[in-house]
Write a protein that binds this ligand. Structure first.
Ligand SMILES: NC(=O)c1ccc[n+]([C@@H]2O[C@H](COP(=O)([O-])OP(=O)(O)OC[C@H]3O[C@@H](n4cnc5c(N)ncnc54)[C@H](O)[C@@H]3O)[C@@H](O)[C@H]2O)c1
Length: 333
């Protein structure tokens, strides 16, 4: 993978996954441009890019056409902008449609004008599969999302497929499972279970498990996700548009919570599913990542235990930048 001197666009580059890609690319000598609207309710955090040599345009990807000169002739795009919250999408479907679908279509139409043929890696989600009919889930599993976020993200993924099939771009859609690690937002509500676990562990508050905690997830550490994205973009015209990116093991939520609680030194608590959560719970999930392994030689390197330790170490040093002021005050010596 030689990204040295290459111009690369990272959308959503102030957020968790986008910034992790941007930081890694900048360290490899790439000329990184970030396009991010820093919209409230998502995980944008200027601290995520601290110390990295990147250019930032703070704007909606829907307005990419206004930045035609700077976006012209970009060979590689990591398209990570999006709203990740399933709960928020149920509360406000039109906002989710705007951010995850309309903005994506506007972005791709503008990009096609100024950077035709670009290699585009799009961040899709396991949520498009809906309730698993078999486990682990392969790309052959039907797409049947059970929340608006999944529907809208799937539409955006289909735009990438269409543009790719028509020769406008060379796109790959990566379907991520739950991603965790340094730079994920801890203080943004409804962004997923692991951010909640890490915040509680840092503060020493009880970690809450909804229901019996027997449903599995296969969390994947951010460094492994960055590897998948960079390896993918370095290869052209892959035989598949869609590829799953899963973690190293399927783990019951109660066990995940216990691992984080043990590393953080905090108690565990069981409770009923809160209002709105049960109807969009997909039950157990685990990924079959064989396709991406065979196609680009990717596999995970980080176990959940190691990833949790790395993540907590990062936030112990950086809590001032990732917790709200009253929470941060609790951690100051
Ligand atoms: N984190 C996960 O576990 C996970 C799992 C599956 C898929 N994904 C996908 O990966 C992508 C990145 O997720 P993340 O965890 O980094 O989220 P995040 O909230 O940390 O970052 C998303 C970033 O996108 C920006 N953004 C959103 N809509 C935008 C728009 N229209 N124009 C410009 N900027 C916009 C936000 O400001 C934010 O900085 C998302 O598309 C998400 O759906 C994430």
């Amino acid at each position: 993978m030689n990204y040295e001197g290459k111009r690369i666009l990272v959308t959503g580059g102030l957020g968790f996954i986008g910034s992790s890609i941007a930081v890694r690319l900048a360290a490899m000598g790439a000329k990184v441009l970030v396009l991010d609207s820093a919209i409230r309710g998502c995980g944008a955090n200027a601290r995520n890019l601290a110390g990295a040599e990147v250019e930032i345009i703070e704007d909606d990807i829907a307005n990419a056409g206004n930045h035609a000169r700077v976006l012209s002739g970009i060979p590689v795009v990591f398209n990570m902008a999006g709203e990740i919250s399933h709960i928020n999408s149920m509360r406000n479907p039109l906002r989710d449609l705007e951010l995850n679908t309309t903005a994506q279509l506007r972005f791709l139409l503008a990009l096609r004008e100024v950077s035709p043929g670009a290699r585009v890696i799009y961040a899709s989600t396991r949520q498009v599969y809906g309730v698993p009919q078999f486990l682990p889930i392969t790309e052959a599993h039907h797409v049947n999302p059970i929340d608006f976020n999944g529907v809208h993200k799937n539409a955006a993924a289909s735009y990438h497929r269409l543009f790719s099939e028509s020769g406008d771009f060379d796109a790959t859609v990566l379907r991520f499972t739950n991603v965790y690690g340094p730079r994920m937002a801890l203080n943004v509500p409804e962004q997923g279970v692991l951010g909640h676990f890490f915040r509680r562990a840092l503060l020493g508050d009880p970690i809450e498990i909804f229901g019996d905690g027997k449903q599995t997830r296969d969390p994947v550490y951010i460094d492994d996700v960055v590897d998948a994205c960079l390896r993918c973009a370095a290869r052209e015209k892959l035989p598949h548009i869609y590829m799953n990116v899963g973690g190293p093991a399927a783990i019951p939520l109660a066990e995940m919570a216990a691992t984080v609680a043990a590393a953080g030194g905090c108690p565990l608590r069981y409770r009923e599913f809160p209002e709105g959560h049960k109807s969009i719970d997909i039950g157990s999930y685990s990924t079959d990542s064989t396709r991406i392994g065979e196609t680009i030689g990717w596999s995970t390197n980080t176990s959940f235990v190691d990833g949790v330790a790395n993540t907590l170490a990062y936030y112990r040093a950086e809590f001032e930048h990732y917790l709200d002021a009253p929470d941060a005050a609790r951690l100051r010596p």
